[in-house]
Design a protein. Structure first.
Length: 182
């Protein structure tokens, strides 16, 4: 597949979950997208350089790699690429970084194909979004803080652990846990 093969919009999907990719690829193709799939950052970058996608759906955590690198690369190739960052490990810090790097939208898993397509075409913020009336739990605040420090150290777990005065393995265990919702 090259950049000129089709009139369908080109979409790059990068996620290490092969089953999820297969299902989402099929759903997006039914919605008239030409979908290219990669299962790691290096493969995603190579595909992006070949097809120059108009749209991209990038997982935040691709194996042990950061999808934020993909966002940065896609924007360097074409700053008009509409990018949705998709994650099961949502945090304020990663959402802010994804948007600062050029992502159009940030969705948490599980998200269906209709939600993803809507996010790909969402170009403006929504001032009517509901503001939560309850503060975050202590566990969620801790998780958010760990994510923020990790982002400040460019994803380097050892450096973040030193900054937090925490053993690296302890930080890794805390980061592997799914975040508490509230």
């Amino acid at each position: 597949m090259t950049a000129q093969d089709s009139d369908q919009p080109r979409l790059l999907l990068v996620d290490d979950d092969e089953t999820f990719c297969m299902v989402l690829k099929t759903a997006l193709e039914k919605r008239n997208y030409e979908v290219a799939v990669a299962y790691n950052v290096q493969e995603g970058i190579q595909l992006a350089e070949q097809i120059l996608p108009e749209y991209a759906v990038i997982d935040l955590r691709i194996g042990y790699e950061s999808g934020l690198e993909m966002v940065k690369k896609l924007i360097s190739l074409d700053d008009n690429t509409q990018i949705v960052m998709l994650t099961g490990f949502a945090s304020i810090a990663t959402a802010v970084e994804a948007i600062k790097l050029g992502a159009t939208y940030y969705l948490t898993k599980p998200a269906n194909a209709d939600e993803i397509v809507a996010a790909l075409h969402k170009n403006e913020g929504d001032p009517s979004v509901q503001i939560s009336g309850t503060p975050l739990s202590v566990k969620r605040l801790e998780w958010e803080h760990l994510q923020k420090v990790l982002m400040q150290h460019d994803g380097n777990i050892s450096a973040a652990a030193r900054a937090l005065n925490m053993h690296r393995r302890t930080l890794q265990r805390k980061l592997e846990k799914k975040p508490v919702r509230e």
